[in-house]
Design a protein around this ligand. Structure first.
Ligand code: NAD
Length: 276
């Protein structure tokens, strides 16, 4: 396919652009994931808490695409943290997805106050050892959580999936990831399609290239080296969001977008988020 792959720190190849399915109801996931696969996406990002692993798995099976051409990510929910409970939760996710392995399994949030992410991660190491996840990693881990994990466990996370978009550029986390060979995966890469896509700077760059603001933002991520997983349920936008390999932002564009960083967090703060 035309989507380039990034090589993770354990040698696994991950498509640099995938499809996110947060907030897609289970009974719509079959059709929506089907549209994405048809448009050329091969990487799908789901999570136990999204409640759509079954619909997602059915779409993967119905596509007829070979398993080794797909890249499936799911995540361990907060209430399942802990060594034994993580192993059980992983089994349940595999069962719902109808798969024998996932490509990437992530701890969804660090829950630092609960202080069990190290034990939880040891369960992920075991799952990786058994070959049931080709790669393991984390999500929403801040530098302090990562440093602790690196100090107390042996497998360096392949990926840290964090909120990242032009108004929340996460320079500190990106630097820590680069230092440790952890790939930065951007969630809400389009800023959830809210104010960001109406930004006049992005509008001007989009006009210059004959592209949309969403395509400019995705291009910015790709040129930074991020993995992106934009979400849409609208087939035309699903196609638009993968049609980002036929143009390139120049230095002036990248500099202008760097100037949009505003510390504008849209999701919860991982230091305090503890939803069960
Ligand atoms: P996103 O930034 O991908 O934005 C999606 C929204 O933007 C859509 O619902 C739509 O309203 C709009 N949009 C999409 N394409 C568009 C286009 N071409 N033109 C105009 N508007 C467009 O937001 P997201 O869904 O929050 O994030 C993407 C994925 O990241 C999720 O589906 C999920 O897989 C993942 N995610 C992970 C976490 C986590 O804690 N790990 C949290 C949030 C999201």
């Amino acid at each position: 396919s035309k989507v380039p792959s990034i090589t993770l720190n354990n040698g696994t190849a991950m498509p640099q652009l995938g499809f996110g399915v947060w907030q897609v109801p289970d009974d719509e996931a079959f059709a929506t994931v089907g549209h994405a696969l048809e448009a050329g996406y091969r990487s799908i990002d789901t999570a136990a808490v999204y409640g759509n692993e079954e619909g997602t798995g059915k779409a993967l099976a119905a596509s007829g695409i070979a398993r080794d051409e797909l890249f499936v990510t799911t995540k361990l929910w907060n209430s399942d943290q802990g060594y034994d409970s993580a192993l059980r939760a992983f089994d349940a996710s595999l069962e719902k997805l109808g798969l024998e392995y996932v490509d990437l399994y992530l701890i969804h949030w660090p829950l630092p106050a609960k202080d069990v992410y190290v034990d939880t991660y040891r369960a992920l190491e075991r799952i990786a050892e058994d070959g049931r996840a080709k790669a393991i990693g984390v999500s929403n881990f801040q530098p302090a959580h990562l440093e602790r994990l690196l100090g107390e466990t042996s497998v360096v996370p392949a990926v840290n999936q964090i909120e990242l978009h032009p108004q929340f550029q996460q320079a500190a986390s990106r630097a820590v990831h680069a230092r440790h060979g952890i790939v930065t995966e951007a969630w809400s890469p389009l800023g959830q399609g809210r104010g960001l896509l109406a930004d006049p700077t992005l509008g001007a760059i989009a006009a210059k290239h004959g592209r949309t603001a969403a395509q400019v933002v995705l291009r910015w991520h790709l040129q930074l080296g991020n993995v992106v997983i934009p979400k849409s349920v609208t087939p035309s936008r699903i196609r638009e969001n993968i049609d980002v390999f036929g143009f390139e932002l120049d230095d002036a564009d990248l500099k202008a977008i760097a100037g949009l960083d505003a510390g504008n967090r849209l999701g919860p703060d991982p230091a305090t988020f503890d939803m069960a």
